[in-house]
Ligand binder design. Structure first.
Ligand SMILES: NC(=O)c1ccc[n+]([C@@H]2O[C@H](COP(=O)([O-])OP(=O)(O)OC[C@H]3O[C@@H](n4cnc5c(N)ncnc54)[C@H](OP(=O)(O)O)[C@@H]3O)[C@@H](O)[C@H]2O)c1
Length: 255
């Protein structure tokens, strides 16, 4: 099978890295020359990757085509590409809906929307897909955990959550800066924070069949530091602001 990537940016780079470090059997991966630095890096690193002349060559020669450009670029280029009925098109574009993709693609190809995130490079993380599709699920399950979603409106809620990634890293960054200001070496601060939050996340995954609020409860000692921290953040409406932020992002996705 030949995979093609239109747009060689952050997310394509991550997916291709995940694929090339997995057991997925592919003949070739064609990437677009843009971004130049990333496409060259990928073709040097992995023998399966070849830089195509242009987007047309990718569409011409690939069985599965990943659309990994920004929505603005997507609006400009997708309708000019000549897809074939037997192709599978996986759109990673956040704000172009399935009905709009169908209009732009014109032929009755198999079109799937997917939401992989950069840790896919480590073969980790969730990949919501819409509509459900066995082949795409089996593929993504080798580089992460696929979640099949039956309705596009529901899938937009996952897109909203995916918009919290940078904020999560910013929380780590703020705490790391705080430790540094208190005199801890930057690398020690970062090592402490990343290992702590990895351990907490692993514990949350291990307990993910229970209600998460139990973890909130169990991690507080009466009158302890965590109880104080949580109360303080509730008083400052930090958690309300998370819900408000999700609602604002969600509104944009449902415009
Ligand atoms: N990053 C994520 O975590 C993530 C996760 C899920 C979905 N997505 C979605 O995936 C898409 C890409 O995101 P990204 O973060 O990878 O963005 P990005 O890093 O900006 O990558 C987009 C790439 O598209 C290239 N490009 C621009 N015009 C092009 C054209 N006409 N033909 C081919 N390539 C062209 C750009 O190249 P130049 O640099 O040369 O302009 C750029 O490298 C977006 O729609 C985003 O919503 C991203």
């Amino acid at each position: 099978m030949i995979l093609g990537f239109i747009g060689t940016g952050k997310i394509s780079y991550s997916i291709i890295t995940g694929i090339c470090n997995s057991k997925i059997k592919i003949e070739k991966i064609l990437v677009s020359p843009r971004n130049r630095t990333l496409s060259q890096k990928l073709s040097k690193k992995f023998k399966q990757v070849r830089i195509a002349k242009n987007n047309e060559e990718i569409v011409d020669k690939s069985n599965w085509i990943f659309l990994a450009v920004t929505p603005t670029v997507g609006q400009k280029i997708i309708s000019k590409l000549r897809f074939k009925t037997k192709q599978t098109i996986i759109s990673l574009i956040s704000t172009i809906t399935l009905p709009d993709l169908k209009k732009m693609i014109k032929v009755k190809a198999n079109i799937i929307r997917a939401i992989p995130l950069p840790p896919i490079a480590l073969k980790k993380g969730p990949i919501p897909i819409y509509p459900p599709n066995k082949k795409i699920k089996a593929f993504f399950d080798q580089i992460g955990s696929t979640i099949e979603i039956k309705n596009e409106k529901l899938s937009k809620n996952f897109w909203s959550i995916s918009g919290m990634m940078a904020s999560y890293y910013e929380i780590l960054n703020v705490m790391s800066n705080w430790l540094v200001k208190k005199g801890i070496k930057r690398l020690d601060a970062q090592k402490y924070l990343t290992t702590l939050f990895l351990a907490l996340s692993e514990d949350a995954v291990a307990n993910s069949k229970k209600q998460l609020k139990l973890l909130v409860k169990e991690s507080q000692t009466p009158k302890g530091l965590n109880e104080q921290g949580l109360k303080e953040m509730r008083k400052k409406k930090v958690f309300k602001s998370i819900t408000d932020t999700l609602n604002v992002v969600n509104k944009r996705l449902n415009r």
